[in-house]
Design a protein around this ligand. Structure first.
Ligand code: PEP
Length: 248
């Protein structure tokens, strides 16, 4: 039995004070929910205030990226210990926007995931095909490659995967529950190849891409969909909480 996990990817939105008030709103809405893990992932600059707002609640704190080195001359980067020091427990890795705009590769995803695991942070590792790749019949190959290369050599039992078809992110175009389930099952088969079926059956696989209150329940009732990674709808307490409640 896998506990559902719903995480909000705030991207480059919200100042620190806005973050604190959004978390206050989310906390009220999701208080008492114990069978869905709830995570907010604000920008780095919000993390300290966000941690204070999350304290003592069932809302956990995630970051949107992590560097693989422990410290040193890496201008603009943030290490695992810096995140842990602020109370961060989860971190998004390999989001398609980072792959598309910031040169993220399967190799750097692998290094970041290793750094997160070594530090005891839970990595939310994003995989997903572009529309061109799907239309070109490459969806399976891309998702298998990203999963295997991103997780190569790592203990996958502590990893969460987020399947995010790039064509569904921020477009309002959601994968149908059947389309998403097909890929989630493919990812689980790939995880079983890596670490065996028993481990693969325990790994949570979130769906992301225009998940909203009105489609969340159907998506999350698919056998291999264990939650959501939410972009736009995570920026308002009521819509984010409605998605969390759809997973209860
Ligand atoms: C995301 O960017 O992780 C995402 C799923 O965005 P949206 O929900 O806005 O499609």
């Amino acid at each position: 039995m896998r506990t559902k996990i719903v995480a909000g990817n705030w991207k480059m939105n919200k100042t620190a004070s806005e973050a604190a008030s959004l978390i206050e709103g989310i906390k009220k809405e999701v208080a008492g929910i114990t069978n869905v893990e709830v995570i907010v992932c604000p920008p780095f600059t919000d993390l300290k205030d966000a941690a204070a707002a999350c304290a003592g609640s069932n809302v956990k704190l995630g970051a949107q990226n992590i560097h693989w080195e422990a410290n040193g001359a890496y201008t603009g980067e943030i290490s695992a210990s810096m995140l842990k020091d602020l109370g961060v427990t989860h971190v998004i890795i390999g989001h398609s926007e980072r792959r598309q705009y910031f040169g993220e590769t399967d190799e750097t995803v692998n290094k970041r995931t290793k750094a997160a695991l070594d530090a005891g942070l839970v990595p939310l590792v994003c995989v997903g095909e572009t529309l061109q790749e799907r239309d070109g019949g490459q969806m399976e190959a891309v998702v298998i490659r990203q999963t295997k290369a991103g997780l190569a050599g790592l203990d996958i039992s502590k990893v969460v995967i987020a399947y995010e078809p790039v064509w569904a992110i921020g477009t309002g175009r959601t994968a149908t529950p059947e389309q998403a389930q097909e890929v989630h099952a493919l990812i689980r088969r790939t995880l079983a190849e890596i670490a065996g079926k028993a481990v693969a059956d325990t790994v949570r696989i979130q769906y992301g891409g225009s998940m909203k209150p009105d489609n969340a329940k159907e998506l999350m009732s698919q056998p291999d969909i264990d939650g959501g990674l939410i972009g736009g709808a995570a920026l308002k307490a009521d819509t984010f909480a409605a998605i969390v409640k759809a997973g209860v």
